[in-house]
Ligand binder design. Structure first.
Ligand code: PGA
Length: 261
């Protein structure tokens, strides 16, 4: 049996409060009609965390609360930062780490990403660790090498017990927000490669168990084909997660794949 898919909405730095409220209400209303097997995670900007944690109820509304970033530090004198402990106290269950926008604009290195993963794991929050290559790296044929380094210096340094609570999202940078999605074959090829790295370090059982998602211009039109690939366990959705109808169609695509298998 295919394992349930995961669809994560990354709202990035979008929506004012009223719009965010409206978005969540619409998603909630639409999802209420489903008996979902797919797990849905909504990651709003941190300032709206309570909006999502208040609504999130996996039995009633079918979604979990997530955020987009966490401090690498514990609590203390770090102005502007939000700790994993604070997030846990707000019932946040998931957090994206190492998104390419954070790596690019905020200088996040694999070392920092790993520290953040440890902070999240200590506080029982699932890190969704992003990796992916630039267009130049792909054109130069270096994409496997780049992703391998990102995976080996983060995920592969964890214990098996920690890895069980981690998800990985492959997001080729050239596909993020560009409308240029990786082909299903490209996504499958890289996700299978990532799974093979996990297998080498942790064994087959854990490699099969680990959730590996695709992200980068995933939308209602291409989700079904992407999610039908054997190694694609779901999607990390940016732009399309801001449109309730489209986001729900992506969730429906995940459901279709599970039901057909
Ligand atoms: P996109 O973003 O779906 O808008 O390409 C995905 C992401 O950055 O997580």
């Amino acid at each position: 049996m295919t394992k349930p898919k995961i669809v994560i909405g990354n709202w990035k730095m979008n929506k004012d409060f009223e719009e965010a409220e409206d978005l969540i209400t619409q998603i909630e209303e639409q999802l209420a009609d489903f008996q979902l097997q797919t797990e849905v995670v909504l990651c709003p900007p941190a300032v709206y965390a309570e909006l999502v944690t208040d609504h999130a109820d996996i039995d009633e509304n079918h979604f979990y609360a997530g955020l987009q970033n966490v401090s690498e530090f514990e609590n203390g004198a770090y102005t502007g930062e939000i700790s994993a402990e604070m997030m846990a106290s707000m019932n946040v269950d998931f957090c994206i780490v190492g998104h390419s926008e954070r790596r690019k604009y905020f200088g996040e290195t694999d070392e920092v990403v790993l520290k953040k993963m440890h902070r999240l794991l200590t506080n029982d929050i699932v890190p969704v660790m992003c990796c992916g290559e630039t267009l130049e790296e792909r054109k130069a044929g270096k994409h496997f090498e780049v992703v391998q380094k990102q995976i080996e210096s983060t995920v592969c340094t964890l214990t098996a017990d920690e890895l069980e609570r981690v998800m990985i999202a492959y997001e080729p940078i050239w596909a993020i927000g560009t409308g240029e999605t990786a082909t299903p074959a490209q996504a499958q090829e890289m996700l299978a490669f990532i799974r093979s790295l996990i297998e080498k370090k942790f064994g087959t059982e854990l490699a099969v168990f680990t959730y590996i998602l695709y992200g980068g211009s995933c939308n209602a039109k291409n989700a079904l084909e992407l999610f039908s690939q054997p190694d694609v366990d779901g999607g990390l959705i940016g732009g399309a997660s801001l449109k309730p109808d489209e986001f729900v169609k992506i969730i429906e695509a995940a459901e279709t794949v599970i039901k057909d298998n």
